[in-house]
Structure formats: structure tokens, C-alpha cells
Ligand binder design. Structure first.
Ligand code: IMP
Ligand code: MG
Length: 180
């Protein structure tokens, strides 16, 4: 049962809402008078993306990517594989990539390098959560929701084995679930 799989609530939904509002205001102010392509990284970012775009008061277009990381974290050459690419060309456009969480930083670093090659006017990253204790590569994110400790979290789009994405709060998964 979902309830017993949760160790604790880490970021309650009220705080999530405040964070998303703040990020939306920051982004709106930084791009006033400009158009923005907002890129949702599926599946984890879908709920954050849906809330965030409604707090951005600009002309926005949506695009979606599906990525999968391969190799293992001890391989420094690990790169992201694109399962589904953007549907529009981003050359000369303002692009905002929406991520759920930055962990080792490898996914977003690799994605950033890949998208920079397409010569956008500007490429920014927004992440809901950040686990700096786990970082393996240098990566600068432009908009940051909340820094969290090194714990495995679920909810608000984040999964464990594809489950729990629909929880409203961001929660710490009970270790008993992955010890099973
Ligand atoms: P990175 O390349 O190590 O930064 O991996 C980031 C990706 O790993 C995220 O987009 C998530 O899909 C996944 N991930 C990392 N930490 C967590 C977590 O605590 N809960 C759920 N997914 C996570
Ligand atoms: Mg992800």
C-alpha cells in the first residue's frame, strides 16, 4: 500500500506550490517581452512542468523529450540517449529545459551539451529538486527549486520503479520497499 511505503513527507504540496510560483516569477522577469520554448523531460518532469508553465506569464511553446541514461555511474563517458527528440528546431530560440531532479548531474550535463550544438539563442535549466551531495560532474542550473539531502524521493512526478508519480507531496521512500 502506498501509505506504508512512505517514510516521511519531505516537501509538502503547499511548499511545492510556493516554490513553483517563485520559479515562475523569476523566469517571467528574466524573459520579459520574449518567447520561450519550454521543454518537458518525460516522464519525471510532467507534473512540475504542468504547474510551472501556468506560473510563467510569457508567450510559451511546449516541447517534449524522452531520455534514457545508459551505462553505469562509474563510467565517466555515460551519455544520455534520446528516445524521443524535440519536435521543433531550437536554433535562435530561447529554450528552458524543465527537470525534476539533479542527482549525479550527468543527465542534464549531457543534454545541455547536446542542445547547445543546435545553437539556441539561450538555453536555461530549471530543476525542482537538487541533490548536491550526489554530484559527480560540474553543472550549473539557472533556476533551482529546493536543495534536498541524499535521500531517494518519490511523488510530484518522481518514481520508484514507475510507481508513486501521482503523490501530491514529495516524499522519502521507505527503504523497506527496495529491500523487498
Ligand atoms: P542524474 O543524471 O544522476 O542527475 O539523474 C537524474 C535522474 O535520475 C532524474 O531525472 C530522475 O529520473 C532520477 N533520480 C535521481 N534521484 C532520484 C530520486 O531521489 N527519486 C527519483 N528519481 C531520481
Ligand atoms: Mg528525470
Amino acid at each position: 500500500m502506498v501509505g506504508s511505503d512512505i517514510e516521511k513527507v519531505l516537501v509538502p504540496k503547499e511548499e511545492v506550490e510556493e516554490i513553483v510560483k517563485r520559479l515562475g516569477e523569476q523566469i517571467t522577469n528574466d524573459f520579459l517581452g520574449e518567447e520561450l520554448i519550454v521543454v518537458c523531460i518525460l516522464k519525471g518532469s510532467c507534473i512540475f512542468f504542468s504547474d510551472l508553465v501556468r506560473e510563467i506569464n510569457l508567450d510559451v511553446k511546449f516541447d517534449f523529450m524522452v531520455l534514457s541514461s545508459y551505462g553505469n555511474s562509474t563510467t565517466s563517458s555515460r551519455e544520455v540517449k534520446i528516445i524521443k527528440d524535440l519536435s521543433e528546431d531550437i536554433k535562435g530560440k530561447n529554450v528552458l529545459v524543465v527537470e525534476d531532479i539533479i542527482d549525479s548531474g550527468r543527465t542534464i550535463k549531457s543534454l545541455k551539451e547536446l542542445l547547445e550544438k543546435r545553437e539556441p539563442k539561450c538555453l536555461k535549466i530549471v530543476t525542482m529538486l537538487n541533490k548536491p551531495d550526489r554530484r559527480e560532474v560540474d553543472i550549473v542550473t539557472d533556476y533551482n527549486g529546493k536543495v534536498i539531502p541524499d535521500e531517494f524521493v518519490i511523488g510530484y512526478g518522481l518514481d520508484y520503479a514507475q510507481n508513486y508519480r501521482n503523490l501530491k507531496d514529495i516524499c522519502v521512500l521507505s527503504p523497506s520497499v527496495y529491500m523487498k
